[in-house]
Design a protein around this ligand. Structure first.
Ligand code: KIV
Ligand code: NA
Length: 324
């Protein structure tokens, strides 16, 4: 099948088909994306937190982003996935790292081109509102697909003094809708809407032409995005296990304090659903990984591993005798 395009995404919105978006930063995740027929593969700058261990996305460099895009693109087009009946290539979008577009439109263009020409992304995602309109116009005028990112913008965590719900007052909600409309006119093909009340996200989705992709924005957006590690519980899982709390539950109905996406908290934000735990009856990838490493260490220490017959090879007796 032909690769998924911005036109394909627009058609999905027109037909009311939900657009699936998920983050990837590495080769095995890219293989999983492709096998699961994801529509848009996002190399998000959440890479800084969940892949590289930084405290905020502000630390991510353009070369680091390029390096990870290259890895993901290799995974998506891996020969392991060749052959009949394979799902289409997803559209590949990468985040413009913090600061990579602040100095000037020229600087932004140069860095967007690095993500595309060196990395292999199809297009870029940029956090911001009216202030990024000139850059978005410049890029889209030359045919570069741009995804907006409005509502909560984690790159502004320092200025916002944390990551909290946006658009909870009418004034804020109006300003988000205004940003959305400006970015729509500037040519964005899609836009992430992060952490806003459901009704604000619904309003935006009805008032813009681009496909809205929600995260913590309720069910009325044109698509949904989550961070891969959040749906696997491979970071929250370890935090729980290491804190001696056992497995984290997949029940987030309780009223948690407002989301701290991807921070090192033992509990994931309210908008995350742990699909690994749900699909396996409670296990998370993080706890599976820890359990596996612990079991390996124990087996080696006990000399239970490797098993002489099952995991070893034999030499023929006559060869052994010659050898001796
Ligand atoms: O960086 C990221 O992963 C993102 C998504 C959560 C939308 O921007
Ligand atoms: Na991001």
């Amino acid at each position: 099948p032909p690769p998924k395009t911005v036109h394909y995404i627009a058609e999905m919105k027109r037909r009311g088909q939900a657009i699936t978006v998920l983050t990837a930063y590495d080769y095995p995740t890219a293989l999983a994306h492709r096998s699961a027929d994801i529509d848009i593969c996002l190399i998000g700058d959440s890479l800084a937190n969940v892949g590289l261990g930084h405290g905020s996305t502000q630390r991510l460099s353009v070369p680091a982003m390029v390096h990870h895009i290259q890895t993901v693109v290799r995974g998506l087009s891996s020969p392991l996935l060749s052959g009949e009946g394979r799902p289409a290539l997803p559209l590949v979008i990468a985040d413009m790292p913090f600061g990579s577009f602040f100095a000037s439109v020229e600087e932004g263009v140069k860095n967007a081109l690095a993500l595309i020409k060196e990395g292999g992304a199809d297009g870029v995602k940029i956090e911001g509102g009216q202030e990024i309109v000139p850059l978005v116009e410049r890029l889209t005028d030359f045919g570069i697909p741009v995804m907006a990112h409005i509502g909560l913008q984690p790159q502004r965590a320092a200025a916002l003094s944390g990551l909290t719900l946006r658009g909870r007052t009418a004034e804020q909600a109006i300003s988000i809708v205004r940003d959305a409309r400006a970015l729509d006119r500037a040519g964005c093909f899609a836009g992430v809407v992060e952490c806003v009340p459901n009704k604000v996200a619904k309003e935006i989705s009805e008032r813009v032409g681009f496909a809205t992709i929600g995260i913590g924005a309720g069910p009325a957006t044109d698509g949904q995005v989550l961070v891969i590690n959040d749906i696997l519980g491979d970071l929250t899982g370890p935090a729980h296990v290491l804190a001696g709390l056992g497995e984290p539950t997949s029940d987030h109905s309780s009223n948690m304090p407002l989301p701290l996406p991807h921070a090192e908290t033992p509990r994931p934000p309210k908008f995350v659903r742990n699909f690994a735990a749900q699909a396996t009856g409670g296990a998370t990838l993080g706890s599976i990984r820890i359990a596996a490493v612990r079991a390996y260490v124990a087996a080696v220490r006990n000399r239970d591993f490797p098993n002489e017959d099952v995991e070893g090879y034999k030499i023929k007796r006559e060869e052994l005798e010659l050898f001796r």
